[in-house]
Design a protein around this ligand. Structure first.
Ligand code: PLP
Length: 386
C-alpha cells in the first residue's frame, strides 16, 4: 500500500458490525469489562482493562503510525515531550551515555540536563552530522538527532549516523517531526526508534497536543509501553481521534505545504530586505546534498534572516496581518516565530553562535492559505524595514 492509502485507511479498526461506523469511534471510556483476571498483562491485548494502559482509539492511530513509518509497533503519547521523556526514562540506565547535537528541540535539551541528575552522561555536540559521528567514535549507548533540525533545517545524514552508531553499539533515536513519514522514514535506514511531536504536521490543524514513538523491534516498544502505563503519559482518546483525522490528509497536506514553502523561499531569496534564506531544498543550504539524497518532501518551513538588526526582524514579526505571530509549526495556518525571543530565549550568546541562531532570524511555518496572500503579507511586512 502507498503512503496515501495507509494514511487514509491504515491501522487496526475496532469494527462494530451492527452499527458499522466508517470512522474509528472515540472510546471515551477509562475502563473496560475485564472478566478474566488471569489474563496476562500484554500490550494491546483484548480484553483491554484501563485507558492509562491502552485504549482502542489510541491503538487505531498507533497502528496507523507504525504502518506509515514502516515500524513493528507504535505508542501514542500525551505530547511529543511525553514521547521523548518516556522513551529515555524507559531505556536509559545510570551511566548511559547519550550523544545529541545542540540543534535539537529546546525542551529536549532541557530534559537532558534534568536527566543527567540520574547519572546519565550527556554529550552535546556542535550541530551537523560530522560532529555527531565524531562524538560517537568515543562510544555511546544512545544517539538522538532530528532528521531535519529546527529552525535552520539541517538535514542529518541518518544512514551515516546509523553506521557510526552500530559500530559502537548505540541505539539510534530520530525525532522525525519536521520531515514526517512523508518526507523520510528513518527506520528504513536502520534507526531503532522514531519520535514525533504529533502536535505539528501529523495532526496538522493546530488543535491537538500529542506524540508518538515508533520502533523497529516490538520488544523495545513493549519495554517503553511498560513505562508509559506507569508514568501515565498515554494519548487521550479525543486527541487520538483528532490525530487520526489529521493523518488522513497528511500526504496531501505535505505536498501543498511543500509547494507553498518553495514559492515563499524563492520569493524571499530575491527580496532586497532579506539577507539569507534557509530551506532544505534550496541549493545554497549547507545540507542540500543530504536533502537530495534522503528527503522525499522538503516540508513547509522556511527560515530567513532579515537584512538589519533584531529590531528590524521584530518589525516584520509585528507587521504581518494574515500570518500569525506565535510558536509551533506544521498546521494549516501560517505561523511566524522569532526564535531569539521564544524557542531560544534562554540560550547563551555562545550557544546561539554555535547553533547559528542570529537575532535577525525568523522562522515561517508556511500554511495552506493561497500562497499569493502569504507572499503579499510578507512583502508588506518586509517593507516596514527601513
Ligand atoms: N520535537 C520537535 C522537533 C519539536 O519541534 C517539538 C515541539 O515543538 C517537540 C519535539 C515537542 O513536542 P510537543 O510540543 O508536542 O511536546
Amino acid at each position: 500500500m502507498g503512503k496515501g492509502t495507509k494514511a487514509v485507511r491504515g491501522g487496526v479498526r475496532h469494527v462494530d458490525e451492527k452499527v458499522g461506523p466508517v470512522v474509528e469511534p472515540i472510546y471515551q471510556s477509562s475502563l473496560f469489562m475485564y472478566r478474566d483476571p488471569e489474563v496476562k498483562e500484554v500490550p494491546h491485548t483484548i480484553p483491554l482493562k484501563y485507558s492509562r494502559e491502552d485504549n482502542p482509539t489510541v491503538y487505531a492511530v498507533e497502528t496507523k503510525m507504525a504502518e506509515l513509518e514502516g515500524g513493528a509497533a507504535a505508542l501514542g503519547f500525551s505530547s511529543g515531550m511525553a514521547a521523548i521523556t518516556t522513551v529515555l526514562i524507559a531505556l536509559g540506565k545510570p551511566g548511559s551515555r547519550i550523544v545529541m547535537p545542540l540543534d535539537v528541540y529546546g525542551s529536549t535539551l532541557v530534559f537532558m540536563e534534568m536527566f543527567s541528575k540520574y547519572g546519565i552522561n550527556i554529550t552535546i555536540t556542535d550541530p551537523g552530522t560530522e560532529s555527531v559521528i565524531k562524538a560517537l567514535d568515543k562510544g555511546a549507548d544512545f544517539v538522538f538527532v532530528e532528521s531535519v533540525s529546527n529552525p535552520l533545517l539541517r538535514v542529518y545524514d541518518i544512514p551515516s549516523i546509523v553506521r557510526a552508531a552500530k559500530d559502537v553499539g548505540a541505539v539510534v533515536i530520530v525525532d522525525n517531526t519536521l520531515a514526517t513519514p512523508i518526507g523520510m522514514t528513518p527506520l528504513e535506514h536502520g534507526t531503532d526508534i522514531v519520535i514525533h511531536s504529533a502536535t505539528k504536521y501529523l495532526s496538522g490543524h493546530n488543535d491537538a497536543v500529542a506524540g508518538f514513538m515508533v520502533g523497529g523491534d516490538v520488544n523495545l516498544v513493549n519495554t517503553v509501553w511498560d513505562w508509559r502505563r506507569v508514568l501515565g503519559t498515554i494519548m487521550e482518546p479525543q486527541t487520538a481521534f483528532l490525530v487520526d483525522r489529521g493523518l488522513k490528509t497528511l500526504h496531501v497536506r505535505m505536498k501543498a505545504h511543500e509547494e507553498n514553502a518553495r514559492a515563499v523561499a524563492e520569493f524571499l531569496s530575491e527580496h532586497p530586505k532579506v539577507k539569507r534564506v534557509y530551506y532544505p531544498c534550496l541549493p545554497n543550504h549547507e545540507t542540500y546534498e543530504v536533502a537530495r539524497k534522503l528527503l522525499r518532501n522538503c516540508g513547509g518551513i522556511v527560515s530567513f534572516e532579515v537584512k538589519g538588526s533584531m529590531e528590524d526582524a521584530m518589525r516584520v514579526y509585528r507587521s504581518v496581518k494574515l500570518i500569525i505571530p506565535s510558536v509551533s509549526f506544521g498546521g494549516v495556518e501560517s505561523i511566524i516565530t522569532h526564535p531569539g525571543t521564544t524557542t531560544h530565549r534562554h540560550w547563551t550568546p555562545d550557544m546561539k553562535a554555535r547553533a547559528g541562531i542570529r537575532d535577525n532570524l525568523l522562522r515561517l511555518s508556511v500554511g495552506l492559505e493561497d500562497v499569493e496572500d502569504v507572499i503579499e503579507d510578507l512583502d508588506r511586512a518586509l517593507r516596514s524595514v527601513p
